[in-house]
Design a protein around this ligand. Structure first.
Ligand SMILES: Cc1cc2nc3c(=O)[nH]c(=O)nc-3n(C[C@H](O)[C@H](O)[C@H](O)COP(=O)(O)OP(=O)(O)OC[C@H]3O[C@@H](n4cnc5c(N)ncnc54)[C@H](O)[C@@H]3O)c2cc1C
Length: 345
């Protein structure tokens, strides 16, 4: 059976940052991803601008070049492709880690990899260290209403142009939903935004907020706040409105952009202990090693259900904690608390 000294599951920004930390210590990790590299960013709304300034998205001290103050989705994808090339990171894309088990207390970790392309050829390999950096974009929160699985309902953003001249309902009220609603309106769709909250949260990007509020005020985008979806049919979305009434909204396409969850089933199959309420893994905070020896976690998944706690900006030093010595760990924690970017390290 093939053996890898380090296997990293997830080629998101944090999985790639971990690979750089490992390579700079003489290791040659294999990184696998269930999709393309940075598949989460691929699923952002087309043309989206990050809320983070470029230097805080950088990994391995490679500079991001972007044309405005903050990078776009497209510039970030280009950047991370360049990282893989420049650092010579070995990546197998469209390959999912299906399970992993420690063979014995001292033995290696046996991993099962499954192609996500329909090819039935499962692969097994062993590794000394497994880093899970699997993020949360694979699993979407569900409304749990009839009709949610109909083909015109999506839980991800996509190209707004598809909806030109059509009735579209966007469910949700955070950045993804707001961004998609605006893009759809600009692409000529008739948009209704349905949100269970009574107003937008302060976390909505400061440049999106006046835009969406003005569109709603002008009647260009319809909105239903404090409303819950009760069912979806092939032509309509049924909602319970703020005053307790029922309403049917015409919908050729439905975007349920209501958030994501880590793959807790995978973590439990590996034997990682999770807090039953928060979903947080039991981890050594210094090395991010779980209760399963040799299995580490990195990036957004270390915060369990609280997916907005760890993002690229503050997760990108996790590889230093996993592969570095005490001094590298100390620097990683200092950098997290710092405002300016550390230069020259
Ligand atoms: C619209 C939007 C805008 C955002 N803007 C910002 C921003 O401005 N700044 C910021 O810092 N953060 C931002 N974020 C959050 C940021 O995208 C995440 O914090 C970040 O992607 C987490 O990185 P990660 O590497 O931990 O996980 P991910 O980026 O989710 O990467 C995980 C990877 O693991 C793969 N994977 C999953 N399961 C498996 C498996 N079993 N086997 C193999 N591979 C697997 C996935 O395909 C994926 O490529 C934004 C998020 C969204 C949705």
């Amino acid at each position: 059976m093939p053996h890898e000294s380090v296997l990293i599951a997830g080629a998101g920004p944090i999985g790639l940052a971990c690979a750089i930390s490992a390579r700079r210590r003489g290791l040659d990790p294999l990184v696998i991803d269930a999709g393309p590299i940075v598949s989460s960013i691929v699923q952002y709304p087309v043309g989206m601008t990050f809320f983070t300034t470029p230097e805080r998205l950088e990994i391995g001290n490679h500079p991001i070049v972007c044309s405005a103050a903050k990078p776009t989705r497209e510039e970030a994808m280009m950047y991370y492709r360049g990282i893989v090339r420049a650092e010579g990171i070995r990546v197998f894309t469209f390959t999912r880690l299906a399970s992993a088990a420690r063979e014995s207390a001292e033995g290696t970790i046996r991993c099962t990899l499954v192609p996500t392309t329909g090819d039935p050829a499962t692969r097994e390999l062993t590794t000394d260290r497994l880093v899970l950096a699997t993020g949360y974009f694979d699993r979407t929160n569900r409304l749990g209403v009839p009709g949610e699985e109909l083909p015109h309902v999506t839980h991800y953003a996509d190209e707004a142009h598809r909806s030109f001249g059509r009735d579209v309902v966007v469910i949700g009220g955070k950045n993804s939903a707001v961004e998609m609603a605006l893009a759809l309106w600009r692409a000529g769709a008739r948009v209704t935004l349905v949100y269970r909250g009574t107003g937008f949260k302060p976390s909505v990007k400061y440049w999106l907020r006046p835009d969406i509020e003005n569109r709603i005020r002008n009647g260009e985008i319809a909105s239903r706040f404090a409303a819950t979806v009760t069912s979806i049919s092939s032509t309509h979305v049924a909602i319970r409105t703020a005053d307790g009434g029922d309403e049917r909204l015409a919908a050729d396409r439905v975007y349920a952009l209501i958030g994501f969850l880590p793959d807790f089933d995978l973590f439990q199959r590996i034997g990682i202990e999770l807090d039953p309420v928060t979903g947080r893994p039991r981890l050594d905070p210094e090395s991010l090693e779980t209760n399963v020896p040799g299995v580490h976690m990195a990036g957004s998944i270390v915060a369990g259900r609280d997916i907005s706690e760890v993002f690229i900006e503050n997760g990108r030093w996790d590889g230093e904690k996993i592969f570095g010595d005490a001094e590298a760990r100390r620097r990683a924690s200092v950098r997290l608390g710092e405002t300016p970017r550390p230069v020259g390290e």
